[in-house]
Design a protein around this ligand. Sequence first.
Ligand code: FES
Length: 107
Amino acid sequence: MKYFVASLEAFTPNQPILFEQDGVRILLALKDSKVYAIADKCPHLGTSLMKGTYDDGIVTCKSHGAKIDISTGDILEKAHLGFVKMPTKKAKMFEVTITDKKVYVEI
Ligand code: FES
């Protein structure tokens, strides 16, 4: 099902927007002038990615430092404790559509 998130103007560089519907939390953000959506749940242990940092299309989880590309969900840097890297799955992505400068996400 497709849900309205916000107008396109609401998205500014390096400022993610949180969308929540029926208990599903989604982080949406701009990367290279496109809007992408990933689950607001770190694929490592589930920390909210909105609590982390976001810079130039990469979200960094605050718990163990996993770095995730929001345009692909790929893990650019695994979660780690000190120098010990921990298995980190790819992040769950959601489809984004933009119609008449309105951003929608498919859940
Ligand atoms: S919960 Fe996100 S890196 Fe561990």
